[in-house]
Design a protein around this ligand. Sequence first.
Ligand SMILES: [Zn+2]
Length: 62
Amino acid sequence: MINFACPKCKIVLERKTDFLICNDCNRKFHQKNNIPILLINRMEPSNVEGISKSNEGCEQSE
Ligand SMILES: [Zn+2]
């Protein structure tokens, strides 16, 4: 059986019925297909910016 570690505390998670729990920070990690979802937060960087960069500047000058 594979032991999974808390991504924050680096200690082995305790296996419960349908989730894993960290005894240090008490975070619960749900499992999907017997694979725990080790997400501390949803820390996804928002890279949505940059699409509407200034496309202007075509000043009509002679
Ligand atoms: Zn932890």
